[in-house]
Design a protein around this ligand. Structure first.
Ligand SMILES: [Zn+2]
Length: 144
């Protein structure tokens, strides 16, 4: 896919907690070994039981827009050509307790709606400092 984020846009700092999420190209979520709670974003401690041991579970990457905001004002000069754009909060179908933020790439911002079905898509970006390839989850509408 063509790049959605501006070329000079800052990328997340990848660490041991979030590396799988940002590099695997799979929508991997943390699941607590002790209580099975699935949570995102990745943290050191389980929000439910304070457990500290996790495995990854893969989401199918389908969900619905739980909330969204349309950005009209470029909060950074790099975003001048991108506005207006929609930032969506997606509730996953297979893990409804998890909501993931991203951009909605293929729907005009004024047509984004609550409960609109969406599917994850991946934007690959190279970290300029480390050369590491990051796979950023973004969202596109599921056409019916
Ligand atoms: Zn737990």
């Amino acid at each position: 896919m063509s790049r959605f984020l501006p070329e000079a846009w800052m990328l997340p700092i990848v660490d041991d907690l979030n590396r799988e999420f940002f590099t695997s190209g799979k929508l991997l979520l943390q699941q607590c070994v002790d209580c099975q709670t699935v949570q995102h974003p990745p943290e050191e401690v389980c929000h439910q039981c304070q457990g500290m041991e996790f495995v990854h579970v893969e989401s199918a990457g389908r969900g619905a827009v739980y909330s969204f905001a349309v950005m009209h004002y470029p909060v950074h000069a790099e975003l001048q050509s991108a506005v207006p754009y929609a930032v969506v909060l997606v509730q996953l179908d297979d893990h409804p307790s998890v909501r993931i933020v991203g951009n909605c790439l293929d729907v005009p911002p004024d047509e984004v709606e609550i409960d609109m079905p969406v599917q994850v898509t991946w934007e690959t970006l190279a970290d300029a400092e480390t050369g590491e390839q990051l796979r950023m989850p973004q969202w596109q509408a599921i056409r019916r």
